[in-house]
Ligand binder design. Structure first.
Ligand code: S3P
Length: 572
């Protein structure tokens, strides 16, 4: 850091707080009732003023030496203080809450950086570090469950809510590590967001051009979706930005979005091989393009549509196979027309988003672990409530049904433009199938669990056309194959898929137990946890902390259906 930058940063993070602490204690100490004030002062006073006990001479010297930067930071502070004073004076509860909420979350985020823990660990006390699941073989699969909110829709609810005019109330928001990182990133761009409180989030939209430059890189954790969607949205902003993520995300390909965004006129730098971090230059004049995606990716499609909001003219995206359409549905829900004809969708840049309520359905990708739990366990009966059954997400239902699963949909309804249903599933013997290639993008996140279904089915299940699985949170074909090998499940890996030979005999365990490395991939970890229902021995799964990215209460629900799991690792 150069000297000037050092002085500016220190003025804000150290010198200003010292000045305020000295000033507050001095102001109170001069008042007549000072004895009473100090006698009754408690933790708040102590925490805020501890640094007023520091060395006066040293601090005088610092304020003399760093005069300009200290004055600048004091001026900024006075503006903020005046704003808050007005809010208190006129009883503006929204303004007070927005400020306190933003500050409170920024403080938690800061704490997590200091402690090098995840945001959620700081905030929700989730297990952190090297988390290992130990799952007893057998158990039952019974009960009525509601899994957390959809991850894809949760990310998008924050993004669109932030850019909308007006206040967006979100219900059912997924309080997982990934979507919380997205929420925090928008706070860092100046958006006031209240919550989450039990899945409720209130976003005070700033309009299409109201985001502010963040003071540092935006950290999106484990989430490829967040990084790719943010890339599109940030390409349209007036300010420069940088996107970073965790170790797994840093290995994932970003040229799939950087290349077409460059065609639109964006300037984006990646690390070697098109990997994160992404550095996006602000102020680009984007132009709409007509883009045929080389892979069926909802993330790429959504990225381009979000950039298209800021582009001149029409942005058209053609998909080689249908992919999830939450972005299109939600944009339409926010009053921004997205048209579709066949395999192409498009929008015209330059419009506005209008805030509205969002009811996030339960995530079918999380529900899948319990669908498979019931599908493989004799005597099972599980109902999953209020699950999103958007036609672009129900590959898992179609595939399980083809394998012979006994699965019924009830209470079908539509919430906020997305279809939902209760899904009841009871045990029925499964048989191996050739998975239809057109179902692959519609079940893309469900394959780790479906591989476990295949290991319990009679005969061979054959998957092809699934090379995208190799660039998810882990190489999911290889990670699952390695785990299946530990359990002694016969299989053959090919570049774009796998053959799995199952043991369809309900009377015996389907495979052995053993120790599995989830490679920090949440869905690999949960798939092997569920597998234990039909194993002959205990299954131990390492590196499970990332389950919190998508399914923070997985252990609680797995226990509720009748499994026996224990979690080893650091707890906050
Ligand atoms: C997602 C799209 C999918 C999926 C991911 C979420 C989204 O990725 O795997 O978990 O929210 O758009 P691809 O679009 O890259 O297949």
């Amino acid at each position: 850091m150069d000297v000037e930058r050092h002085d500016q940063v220190l003025a804000r993070t150290s010198h200003l707080p010292h000045l305020l602490a000295f000033s507050l204690v001095d102001t109170l100490a001069r008042q007549d009732q000072r004895l009473d004030i100090f006698r009754y002062a408690a933790g708040g006073f102590r925490d805020f003023t501890r640094i007023a006990g520091s060395d006066p001479v040293m601090w005088r010297d610092i304020f003399i030496a760093n005069r300009e930067a200290v004055l600048a930071s004091l001026d900024d502070f006075e503006v903020g203080l005046q704003r808050l004073r007005n809010a208190v004076a006129i009883g503006d509860s929204d303004a007070m809450l927005a400020t306190f909420d933003r500050a409170s979350h920024a403080r938690h985020y800061f704490e997590s950086l200091l402690n090098k823990t995840s945001y959620q660990a700081e905030y929700h006390m989730q297990p952190q570090g090297q988390v290992t699941y130990r799952v007893r073989p057998g158990g039952s699969a019974q009960g009525q469950l509601r899994v957390p909110g959809d991850k894809s829709i949760s990310h998008r609810s924050i993004m669109l809510g932030a850019l909308a005019n007006g206040v967006t109330e979100v219900k059912g928001f997924l309080e997982g590590e990934d979507s919380l990182a997205t929420l925090q990133a928008f706070r860092e761009m100046g958006v006031a967001i209240e919550g989450p409180h039990q899945g409720n989030v209130t976003i005070h939209g700033v309009g299409m051009h109201g985001l502010k430059a963040p003071s540092g890189p935006l950290y999106v954790g484990n989430s490829g979706t967040a990084m790719r969607l943010f890339a599109g949205l940030l390409a349209g902003q007036a300010f420069d930005s940088e996107l970073t993520g965790d170790g797994s995300l840093t290995k994932r390909p970003m040229n799939r979005v950087a290349d077409p965004l460059r065609k639109m006129g964006a300037t984006i730098d990646t690390a070697e091989g098109g990997r994160p971090p992404l550095k996006i230059s602000g102020g680009a004049a984007l132009k709409g393009i007509n883009y045929l995606m080389p892979m069926a990716s909802a993330q790429v499609k959504s990225c381009l549509l979000l950039a298209g909001l800021y582009a001149e003219g029409e942005t058209r995206v053609r998909e080689p196979a249908p992919t999830r359409d939450h972005t299109e549905r939600m944009l339409n829900g926010f009053g921004y027309p997205v048209a579709r004809e066949g395999d192409t969708c498009w929008l015209e840049g330059g419009g506005q988003l209008t805030a509205g309520p969002i009811d996030v359905p339960s995530d079918i990708s999380s529900a899948t672990f319990f669908l498979v739990a019931a599908a493989i366990t004799p005597g099972s009966d599980i109902t999953l409530e209020h699950v999103g059954i958007n036609p672009t997400r129900i590959g898992v239902i179609n595939i399980l049904k083809q394998m012979g699963a006994n699965l019924e949909l009830g209470n079908q309804a539509e919430v906020g433009g997305e279809p939902v249903a209760d899904i009841r599933i009871r045990y029925a013997p499964l048989k191996g199938i050739d998975i239809p290639v057109d179902q692959v993008p519609l079940a893309i996140d469900e394959f780790p669990a479906l591989f476990i279904a295949a290991a319990n089915a009679e005969g061979t299940t054959r998957l092809r056309g699934a090379e995208e699985l190799r660039v998810k949170e882990s190489d999911r074909i290889q990670a699952m194959a390695d785990g299946l090998a530990v359990l002694s499940v016969e299989h053959t890996v090919v570049e774009d898929g796998i053959d799995i030979i199952g043991n369809g005999d309900a009377g015996t365990a389907s495979y052995a137990g053993g120790r599995i490395n989830s490679l920090g991939d949440h869905r690999i970890a949960m798939a092997f946890a569920i597998a234990a229902l039909r194993a002959s021995e205990e299954i131990v799964i390492d590196d499970c902390a990332n389950v919190a990215t998508s399914f923070p209460n997985f252990i609680e629900l797995a226990t509720r259906i009748g499994m026996t799991l224990s979690v080893e690792g650091e707890h906050e």
